[in-house]
Design a protein around this ligand. Structure first.
Ligand code: HEC
Length: 697
């Protein structure tokens, strides 16, 4: 039996059990499963793994806001293989290294909740025979890449999607599906004909589903947690069409799009800290793969020899998976300083690539955005847009937006792994989102990219990335500014901000979205969500136009180190506490009032990359609010809170929505598909794919 998601989330400590008992007094969806969970909870309390958790893990995972770790509810949704990998080889290798082996086994036994593997539902949710075949011949390629087109504009037409801006106000939930063992929905699906290919990345599962009903055509089970958004590739040289995606161990999988069978898996790691986060992109017989890393997670340990991990773009042969070239962002790391803790330091490192490259076939290059350096010395390739030659992988030119940005988890806490000679700063101003190549109404081409500094940059592709305009629209932060990307409708750039909630000297700053005129960078409209999104009794957000002095705030590149006091004196992000959403509040009318749960902050940040559909701009907040705007006027066309339970899914697994983040949307066949759930950085976990269609008149 599949337990309900909420119930599974709640069975963890004595106080949570009390809360469950109290809330069990009032009927609510799935209430018959509550008793079952309680039984588990009681026996669970005796499980030795829980004490191991309290001793070694709770300090961070019980404080997800402060530690940026997924909450315990999120990690308990993962399957055993994913947890084992995290502790033995992945993110938590250092956090877990001193845990005695037997205790580690107890922990790995206790953490995953519910059934060990949860693929049983796939059979009962299979499509009827006549709909089960994935048909590619003659089927429209509605959305085959992260960027929709090779230039990453993320702009879908009404003609291609069967969905127009006029339909948006009439959207309603048509069906939904919940994925087991999945607290985070991070990977943008692809759609061909009536098949949507979608990954439940944490569970390491890729599915082909029917776009009309959500029934399952095939499932691919990876031996490793998956990670990136997907790409669809036509078969070349007699090979079948494939779905491509990156995993948590720095490998790329190619899966037969018709059958779900594995075609090849290629390791693109430079060192063992690499993973693949941005989506692979395909041009003819090549796959271009951006390479990221997780090394910053280890740097808080003073005896960790920081750092050797670096970014790259790797080109593969589409048919065989063989490597064609590796375009590094810097030379290999060599021994450098000895840290103040006496540990050997390595460098240069970092400039990893989180984003999905844009392909510029005309100029024979691709544009990849890089992250900060993670150790000394800094390079001129960090926080940069790098143009790589498509044929050779050589770097043709580099535009560096922020100079000498050396950041890792030791920074800000005076750790030994973040103390270096000379001038540097640690704002962590990556290009996390993808650069796009825009063709403006006046016919000129611009590379446009948003940075975590809160700056949108427009560069000249014919003059080695020279700045054409820039506009600092946000405050910026390690997790703020423009986080996962922007979109372009032919006239306007849509740039959401994931700045922390706070009050700022510049009214543009803070969570929200701005539409910028692509010719000049000037803001044409702005929208800022308010705590009304979390049911607080305040005015809802509204669309505004900034006062003239705030329309354009150009900034010179590169941003150089300022005195550290300047960065740190910026207003700290204070999180507005807001009432809980009704679905997570203790039930009204309980006989005994349940103990108060800590108020969840109402986080308004807009982190995911937007998507344009027929001129409407689809956006989301990290607290789960889906909001669609008219791109020209900024008028709100549709709002829907996804952070809630979904008891009636097409696969009969009770689901729960959560934060909307990363790359969560795609439109096809008259349907807007939205993913909800993101167990990172204190955001609410969830496991949903939601399919919205316009109401019939
Ligand atoms: C010092 C803080 C800290 C401690 C202690 C810690 N973690 Fe984590 N953990 C994190 C952070 C931060 C992340 C998220 C990493 C990211 O997404 O960049 C994380 C991620 C994870 C993940 C998800 C990995 C993935 O690939 O999705 C698991 C599982 C996990 N931790 C388990 C544990 C366990 C079990 C322990 C105790 C042995 C533990 N952690 C101790 C901070 C910590």
């Amino acid at each position: 039996m599949a337990l309900s998601f909420m119930n599974r989330l709640s069975v963890r400590s004595a106080s949570a059990v009390v809360f469950l008992m109290a809330s069990a007094c009032a009927p609510r969806p799935g209430s018959e499963t509550v008793e079952a969970s309680l039984v588990t909870a009681t026996s669970e309390a005796d499980h030795p793994g829980q004490a191991v958790y309290e001793q070694w893990c709770a300090s961070c995972h019980d404080n997800p806001e402060a530690s940026r770790a997924p909450g315990l509810d999120g990690i308990r949704e993962l399957n055993q293989a994913t947890i084992r990998y995290a502790l033995e080889l992945g993110y938590m290798k250092y956090q877990a290294r001193d845990v005695p082996k037997d205790e580690l086994e107890q922990l790995i036994d206790w953490l995953p909740q519910g059934e060990a593997e949860d693929d049983g539902w796939v059979k009962s949710a299979s499509c009827p025979i006549k709909r089960r075949r994935v048909i590619l011949e003659g089927a429209p390629r509605t959305a085959v890449a992260f960027g929709i087109d090779p230039h990453n504009n993320r702009n879908q037409s009404a003609e291609a999607t069967g969905l127009s801006a006029k339909d948006m106000p009439r959207l309603e939930l048509a069906w939904s599906i919940a994925f087991p063992k999945t607290p985070t929905m991070r990977s943008q699906p692809v759609v061909v004909g009536n098949t949507i290919f979608i990954a439940a990345t944490d569970a390491g599962r890729l599915y082909a589903l029917d776009t009309d009903t959500g029934c399952v055509k095939w499932m691919y089970a990876s031996d490793m947690t998956l990670r990136s958004s997907l790409a669809f590739a036509e078969g070349v040289n007699g090979a079948p069409a494939s779905i491509l995606m990156g995993d948590a161990a720095g490998r790329v999988h190619a899966v037969n799009a018709t059958t779900g069978a594995k075609l090849w898996v290629t390791d693109v790691k430079l060192t063992d800290v690499n993973r693949v986060t941005g989506a692979p992109v395909v041009l003819k017989d090549r796959v271009y793969v951006p390479v990221s890393a997780i090394e910053v997670n280890f740097t808080q340990f003073d005896d960790y020899e920081c750092c050797k991990g670096q970014g790259a773009v790797v080109a593969l042969n589409l048919t065989t998976g063989d490597k064609v070239w590796t375009g590094r962002t810097m030379p290999e790391a060599t021994p450098q300083l000895i840290s103040k803790a006496g540990t050997q330091q390595w460098g240069p490192s970092g400039a990893i690539i989180w984003s999905t490259p844009a392909i510029d076939e005309k100029r024979g290059v691709l544009y990849a955005g890089s992250g900060e350096n993670t150790s000394w010395p800094a390079t001129d390739t960090s926080d940069a847009i790098i143009a790589y030659d498509l044929q050779t992988g050589d770097r043709r030119w580099t535009f560096q937006a922020t100079e000498a940005d050396i950041w890792n988890y030791a920074c800000g806490r005076g750790g030994a792994n973040c103390t270096y000679p000379g001038e540097y700063h640690s704002p962590d101003f990556d290009f996390g989102g993808s650069a796009l190549l825009a063709k403006t109404p006046s016919g000129r081409e611009l590379i446009v990219a948003g940075q975590k500094s809160g700056v949108v940059w427009a560069l000249d592709p014919d003059r080695s990335g020279e700045v054409v305009w820039s506009n600092r629209i946000g405050r910026g932060a390690a997790n703020g500014g423009i986080h996962w990307g922007i979109a372009f409708d032919g006239k306007r750039i849509f740039a959401p901000l994931n700045d922390p909630n706070s009050s700022y000297p510049n009214p543009n700053w803070g969570p929200g979205i701005h539409a910028l005129d692509v010719e000049t960078g000037a803001i044409v409209w702005s929208y800022k969500p308010t705590a009304a999104d979390c049911d607080a009794d305040v005015e809802p957000g509204k669309t505004t136009r900034p006062a003239p002095e705030f329309v354009l705030n150009p900034i010179a590149a590169p941003i150089r180190p300022q005195s550290r006091q300047v960065w740190e004196s910026w207003p700290p992000g204070t999180l507005a506490a807001a009432p809980q959403r009704p679905d997570v509040s203790p039930s009204a009318g309980s006989a005994t009032p349940p103990p108060a749960r800590p108020a969840r902050p109402c986080r308004l940040g807009m982190s995911p990359a937007p998507l344009v559909v027929d001129g409407a701009v689809v956006t989301g907040t990290i607290q789960g609010m889906l909001r669609i705007f008219d791109g020209a006027s900024g008028e709100v066309l549709f709002e829907y809170q996804t952070n809630k339970p979904y008891p009636d899914t097409v696969n009969k697994i009770e689901g729960h929505g959560g934060g909307i983040d990363s790359h969560p949307y795609v439109a096809a066949n008259g349907t807007l598909f939205v993913q909800s759930g993101y167990a990172r950085f204190g955001e609410p976990p969830g496991n949903m794919l939601l399919a919205f269609k316009p109401k019939k008149d």
